[in-house]
Design a protein around this ligand. Structure first.
Ligand SMILES: [Zn+2]
Ligand SMILES: [Zn+2]
Length: 255
């Protein structure tokens, strides 16, 4: 699987973009920067977006990609998430007030977006991939994703603090190629990290140790807050027994 890093930060500046990743130019994982980071052609190539949760830094560019795709005449874009996440999108985002309801534009029969419900731990096919959602531990309903193709899988943590079920499921995976893992705040900001459901390097280490062979699992870190980028990277570099790297904008990786 080819991974394109469109946005990998926990905040937004001209040099940082909020979470959005693309597999094989077809399947997006979160929509924090799908329009600020992709040209129109790549936006139109997407078949589906997996939405981990309804926080704005993960959904914001659903608004602008829907608008662009409506103008560009693209195929309907599948917006995939749990019932709880899709319910927030319908009621509070594409609600005809904050933004139009693109499931009825240009027509209900030929919409710009379509919703698809993902039940936790039930694998479905999306855009040629197998996809499972695993619930993680954040301030609202949030899922990790395990995405598989031809027997190999990659995982995406979603926003989470210390969690358990994800590691149980990942320990059962036969050919897990990589984990995209959140870390947001430095150790000094533990109180805000805990109250906002995020990791610091010091909580990341024991969580990753719940995986049986963390040293063999390429763990690609994302969601660092721009103000803390340097200090979080420094603290992560000191963690022993792991296989960590920090993702950068524009990275393209073969997993
Ligand atoms: Zn969040
Ligand atoms: Zn976030």
């Amino acid at each position: 699987m080819q991974l394109r890093v469109v946005g990998c930060h926990g905040g937004d500046t001209p040099k940082h973009r909020t979470s959005a990743f693309v597999l094989d130019e077809r399947l997006a994982i979160d929509a924090g920067s799908l329009t600020s980071g992709l040209d129109l052609k790549l936006q139109c190539q997407l078949e589906a977006v997996l939405v981990s949760h309804a926080h704005l830094d993960h959904i914001r560019d659903l608004a602008t990609i829907a608008d662009n795709r409506a103008q560009y005449g693209c195929k309907p874009l599948l917006v995939v998430g749990t019932v709880a996440t899709l319910d927030v999108l319908k009621r509070h985002f594409f609600n005809g007030l904050v933004w139009p309801d693109f499931t009825a534009i240009p027509t209900k029969k030929n919409p710009t977006i379509q919703y698809k419900v993902l039940k936790p731990e039930v694998r479905i096919e999306v855009a040629g991939f197998g996809v499972r959602a695993i619930e993680v531990t954040h301030t609202i309903d949030t899922c990790a994703f395990i995405i598989d193709k031809k027997g190999a899988s990659v995982a995406y943590s979603g926003d989470t603090g210390p969690t358990d079920r994800l590691w149980e499921v990942l320990n059962e995976e036969k050919d897990l190629r990589a984990l995209l893992m959140e870390v947001s705040f430095p150790n000094e900001e533990q109180r805000v990290a805990t109250s906002s459901g995020h990791h610091t390097p010091q909580t990341l280490l024991p969580d990753l140790m719940k995986y049986e062979r963390p040293q063999d699992l390429p763990t690609l870190l994302y969601h660092i807050k721009p103000a803390f980028q340097a200090v979080v990277e420094k603290q992560c570099a000191k963690l022993k027994g792991l296989n960590l790297s920090v993702l950068s904008l524009g990275d393209q990786l073969l997993l």
